[in-house]
Design a protein around this ligand. Structure first.
Ligand SMILES: [Zn+2]
Length: 272
């Protein structure tokens, strides 16, 4: 269909695009919403393309949501993107299915309790997540990432009496790079600058927990997350290489011993 030349079926007049606002009562609320349709100047007939009609439906539910204090579809989308989350990330964070996030972003109205879950997810991400990279710590996922590295590298992680000297560096690079590229760490782990390099904060407490963790209970790695692990494995195929690289990183060198390394420092990585 040639959208620049729509003819009125009533009187064969050429229709023109008309942008304006409309008022309506929707679910008992009076709302104002923007509209864009084709209109015949002769008889007043209005025709919307499928796309225009969908936009109007979104505009109506967005206007309604704003009126009653719910996040609009556009707001959900904007806040999600601002935090670098995919729809799937947000679904996990709010404990709903991916389809729900898609529907809410595209015109379906969420319930109040789901609105609260969304707001909490957005708030939770903003506050105090500088040191876990927008994810809650998952021990089983640490194990899962280590297993993935073991497969890629053919190196055994978490050896007996392990001090996690190289293990933690693979994890650190993976988490930092994931945060930089995907807006979210892989494991939610917090890292400290220790004399022998970046290290899992409280690793001595965590090492047995990690060893005993069940990686099958972890949220599976996405294709993008696996790519991060592959890239690090290809760049640092040997333990000594990743240890040396980590020791060249300014974001570790410049920290006082024991201080935490924020994920925001990932933009200053020099070795990957
Ligand atoms: Zn007409």
């Amino acid at each position: 269909m040639d959208l620049t030349n729509i003819i009125c079926p009533e009187d064969n007049e050429r229709m023109v695009i008309n942008m304006g606002v409309k008022k309506a009562v929707f679910k008992g609320e009076e709302i104002t919403y923007p509209v864009e349709v084709y209109v015949c100047k002769k008889c007043g007939l209005e025709i919307g393309t499928i796309e225009q009609t969908a936009k109007i439906q979104n505009a109506i539910t967005d206007a309604y949501r704003k009126k009653v204090g719910l996040l609009s579809g556009q707001e959900i989308k904007d806040q999600r993107k601002k935090l670098g989350l995919t729809q799937r990330d947000l679904a996990r964070r709010t404990g709903v299915g991916l389809a729900s996030i898609k529907r809410w972003e595209n015109g379906i109205i969420q319930t109040r309790s789901m609105n609260y879950a969304l707001k909490s997810a957005f708030q939770g991400i903003k506050i105090g997540n500088l040191y876990n990279g927008n994810r809650s710590l998952s021990i089983s996922r640490i194990k899962l990432v280590m297993k993935e590295f073991e497969e890629e590298l053919d190196i055994q992680f978490l050896a007996k009496n392990d001090m996690m000297l190289f293990d933690a560096k693979y994890l650190w690079y993976a988490d930092m790079l994931a945060y930089k590229k995907l807006g979210k760490s892989l494991t939610g782990a917090t890292y400290a600058a220790l004399p022998k390099g970046p290290q899992l904060n409280n690793y001595k407490d965590l090492v047995d927990e990690i060893r005993n963790a069940d990686e099958t209970k972890a949220e599976p790695l996405t294709a993008d997350e696996k790519k991060i692990i592959t890239r690090i494995s290809v760049t640092f195929p040997k333990k000594s290489m990743i240890i040396d690289a980590a020791h060249r990183e300014e974001i570790w060198k410049k920290k006082t011993t024991g201080s935490l390394i924020p994920y925001s420092d990932s933009v200053y990585l020099t070795e990957i």
